[in-house]
Design a binder for this molecule. Sequence first.
Ligand code: MSP
Length: 526
Amino acid sequence: MSAGDSFYIATPIFYVNDVPHIGHAYTEVAADVLARWHRQRGEDAWLLTGTDEHGQKILRTAVANNTTPQEWADRLVADSWQPLLETIDIANDDFIRTTDERHEKAVSTFLQRLYDDGHIYAGEYEGYYCVGCEEYKQLDDLVTAPDGDYKGQLVCAIHSRPVEILKEKNYFFRMSDFGQKLLDLYESQPDFVQPASVRNEIVQFVKQGLDDLSISRSSFDWGVKVPWDETHVVYVWFDALLNYVSAIGYGVDDEQFAKRWPAVQLVGKDIARFHAVIWPAMLMAAGLPVPRAVFGHGWLLVGGEKMSKSKLTGIAPSQITDTFGSDAFRYYFMSAITFGQDGSFSWEDLSARYQSELANGFGNLASRVIAMVNKYFDGEIPTLGELTASDEAIIATQKRATEQSNALIDTFAINEALASVWQLVDELNGYITEQEPWALSKDPANRERLGTVLATTVNGLGTLAILLSPVLPKATEKLWQAIGGVGELREQRIDDATSWSNTGRVTALESSLFPRIEVDAESGTA
Ligand code: MSP
């Protein structure tokens, strides 16, 4: 992709029935890292996130809390979901709510178009529904509860709660018309659904044949009204999926829409079917391009199970950031878990990696180098003299880390991209140990060599600041200032991270990039 290209990335929109946990924050951070990375390639990157506010789940939660769904949603958005973005340092370009007028209008326009073009018909729905998933279920999606409150009952395999039997007059979307077209899409664009595990599951699912989809409900009214029949509201998923186009001017701002669409979509694997089957079928029906890619990431597990609020295993992001800070939160989840696979969270692992990789690895490297330039050169960054094989090796690693990480980001291998950058951190630490600048400083005859060693490490630090800025925006900003980086860090080209300019001087770091934290591993509190 070349400079100026548009890169639109979207997270799923989050249900406002409850407050965020670290599983939600995980999706946000991954999307933010990718958006920041692409921005630093000079692309016109645009990150969308938001909230999913209609449907029975939200309605019931509001009623249980003696309030209206609108008031409930307003409260959760203002008190929990928008503050989450601050807590984990998300630089989103827009925040869409499905109760926004712009969104509701776009849903009506879209639906009317499908209706006019014959993709929708009235019918009768009879089957199971899980309010937790907001999804119609087939028998093989259900299990008989082995124990607990619902022992012996048919429950949703995801929520472990009973499903409801629905019998309603509904409007249906002729999704079955799109089965072959979807299979052709997966075939001709093999990276449309990623990773391969999710793609295989989706292909298998579609090969079994698609049913038409019930897209309206008439037994409650918390939703967007069906434009030709106001006794129905639009099915919450049909409504929610449209946020990706309503936010960029679908139906009202053709220029913006053409500039941004199609998006790259990050979703948890639990909702990959909605995004890789229903959503492209809806777009095909409307004559619009399908997303650029749908990537289904894995789950954060607690005790081997998907972490969830309904199972009381949710951990609030602020529990982590209050102690470790937002950068550490971002780094930990992006580096410790293979993106696309499940990963277990533990306080022990978090604090061990914080200490060894961030505090001792990267933070200490930065403090030592800056302190030595201050001590031996009065803060003036020395220039490179004659290069030895060791210096050349560092320069080669800088180049390799830049190239590899950029290539890996294009395949969504965020953790591997970080690992390739971390080779530079480790090699710079090894280089300092081996070159012993403190020993060189003792003999004035080694002055030029000392200068070359410190100049090489300062150059390496600049490359690290640039490459790590999407993941560690706060720490790298401090580092950039301290090493006299010229220009805004976020404007430094990440695909050319080996060339950057400095003012010629370092300034002292006011505090370490990653202060030492004494952590009680059980509770995670300092
Ligand atoms: N509202 C729907 C999405 C509509 S998009 C048109 C929804 N919301 S959600 O709040 O339940 O989940 C939002 C995202 O959080 C999903 O991508 C989901 O996979 C992710 N996660 C929720 N729990 C998670 C973990 N324990 N681990 C990782 N991600 C998880 O679904």
